[in-house]
Design a protein around this ligand. Sequence first.
Ligand code: NAD
Ligand code: MG
Length: 394
Amino acid sequence: MKRHKKGVAVLGATGSIGRQTLEVVAAHRESYEVTALTAGRDVEGLARLVREFRPTFAVIADESAYGRLKSLLAGEPTKILAGSEGLTAVAATPETDVVVAAVVGFAGLASTLAALNAAKTVALANKESLVAGGGLVARALKTPGARLLPVDSEHSALFQCLVGESPERVEKLILTASGGPFRGKNRKELENVTPQQALKHPNWSMGAKITIDSATLMNKALEIIEAQRLFSVEPEKISVVVHPQSIVHSCVEFCDGSVKAQMGLPDMRLPIAYALAYPERISLPFPRYDFFSQANLTFEPPDRETFRSLDFAYEALKREGNVPCALNAANEAAVSLFLEGKISFLDIFEAVERAVTRTSFVAEPEYADLIETDREARTRVVEWAENKTAVGVG
Ligand code: NAD
Ligand code: MG
C-alpha cells in the first residue's frame, strides 16, 4: 500500500539545522512523518523533541547517556538506541524516505554512507562528511535509488539555478560568502580576537563550529570542495564572491554570459524545505525578502591573504586522496582548541596548514584510511598547540 507521508529521519535533531528541519515538518504535518530523531549528547533536548514528534526511533550517540534518555522517555512507544551503530541503523530503516544529515563534523560520515547504501534520499547539511569522504560518497551514490540533495544554502541555490540546464553549458559556479564577523579586518587586527567575537555572525544563527568556520572562511573553503563533489565541476570553475547581506545565496554563470542567482532571506528553513520536498516546492509561512527594505546588495572579492582557507581548499582539491579529509579534521581540531581558549584565531590557519602538509598521503582512501587520517590530522594539531604553549611558557 502506498504511504502518503514522507518518512523523515533527522540526524542531529537537537542542533540548529535539526531544529529548523522540525519547524518545516511541523508546518507540513500532512506531508511528513518523523521516523527517527538523533542527538550527540543533549538528552533533555532529544527527549523533548521525541515527545513532540513521536518518532519510531530515538538515538543518543553518547552511549553513557542511554540510561538517562531511557528513563526520561519511560512509557513512550519510541524505541531507544545508542552509539554510532544506532545512528547508522536508523539512517537505513524501511519507513524512512529522506535522511536529513545534520550531524556536525566527520562524525556524520558513517550515517551519510549508511543512508545512501540503503537507497535513501539524503538531504545533506553535514558538508564535512562529503568533503572528507568524497570518493566513498560517490560510490555509495551508485546504489539504485540513492540521492544526495544539498541543504547548505549556497549549494541549494546552485542546485535551484541548475534545474533544467545542461551541465556542459555551465561556465562558473559562484559561491557567495557573507565574509563573517571579521570582514575587512587585517591580520594585525585579528591577533587578539576572542571566541565570543568570532561567534557573533552578522546574518546567520548557527552551531558554534560552523560559526567559527564562517569567521575564518573555512566554511567557504569546505563549500568549494562540497560544490566540486555535488556538481562534478573542475575546481577552477568555482569562485567565491563576498556578499555581506546574504540575500543572493549563490549564482551560476552559463556559456552565453547569463548569470542566474537564487535569492531569499538568510533562513535555512528555505533550503531545508526545498530538499525535503524536491522535486516539488512547499509553501512556507516564514518572512520573505523585500526588495525595498533591503535594497542595497553589494559584492566584493574575498581577502585571500588574511583568510587563507580558500587557498587550502583549492590545494586540497589539487592533491585529492585523503587531503580534504585531513583538511577537515585539522580544522575541526583547531576550532575546538580555539573555542577552548587554547590557541588564537590566527593559529587556526597555521595549525591547519601544518597538519595538512604533514599528514601521511593516501591516494585512494577507504573508510579505514579516512578514520586514520582524521585521527592523525587531529593529533598533529593538538601536538602543535601543546608544543607552542610549552615553548611560550618556557
Ligand atoms: P549544531 O552544533 O547546532 O548541531 C549538531 C547536531 O549534531 C546536534 O544535534 C548534536 O547533538 C549532534 N552531534 C554532535 N556531535 C555528534 C556526534 N559525534 N555524533 C552524533 N551526533 C552529534 O550544528 P549545526 O549548525 O546544526 O550544523 C550541522 C551541520 O550542518 C554541520 O555540518 C554544518 O556545517 C551544516 N550547516 C549548518 C548550517 C546552519 O545554519 N546551522 C548551514 C549550512 C550547513
Ligand atoms: Mg553555507
